[in-house]
Write a protein of this length. Sequence first.
Length: 277
Amino acid sequence: MTHPLVKGVQLIMKKLVSGIVVGLLIIQMSVISTSAAAKKEAVKIPNSVLNITKENTYPNPTQDLPTLQPSELTEELISSSKVKIENPDLIRMLNETNVNSTPFAFGYRAVIYLGQWPLNYESTETSPNWEYQKINTNYYDNRGGKANYQIHYVQEAQKVVKGGLTAKVPQAEDVKKMMLLKAAEKLNLPLAFETVVGAGTKKDQYYNIPPKRLGYLYGYVPAVNEKGKVTYGEVYLMLKGNKKMIVVKNVTSQGIGAWIPVQDYVSFGFVATERPR
């Protein structure tokens, strides 16, 4: 028969353990909730910026870059590297690599040079510029009018807006892909290094020009300014017996920036004035 004092201690210990478990569960749920909220967090789009996907007379191709899944061998090779490898084109090449192991590979050694590659890109700043490039001006002179005149956006000519890197770097296309992927991870916006707004694109949002005023409605294509650091290195595939590994030599890093337009969005600015602008 258990002593009453022992029973009391056991009861207290059960309550303590139960309390600790509940507390840990609450903390874990809080962390998961915070993490999920952070992933879903999107940039706040101003009211002056409107989506024109349906209205655009030029159908822009989507620029979604799916994250390439490494094969089992590629995963093994990437994990063996002391330098992080994120370049989609390098991962694709490694996915196409096939190395057969043999039980008689004792003493076998080979080093294969795969070339110099941009290995990874680390983002330090991602910020939108809602008036990156002016693409259109709609104008009406209401100085002789006696009532408000309503004006709305009509794209007068087709405009092609291009982004790009802010400096010359080796293998620029690979760098642009990695920067686009990182910017898209941080901002919930359709990004592309080129976007087109077709002639005749309209938006039925009206702006009032008072009497005795000139009205100007400006249209801009927004863009994202992406800044960070790209890391380069010479990549070698080393085979030693049954072991396979990636060795990276002559590693260098440099700062890089890029402007990446926001696809199928237009930012509007309206001005009513007494004098021509």
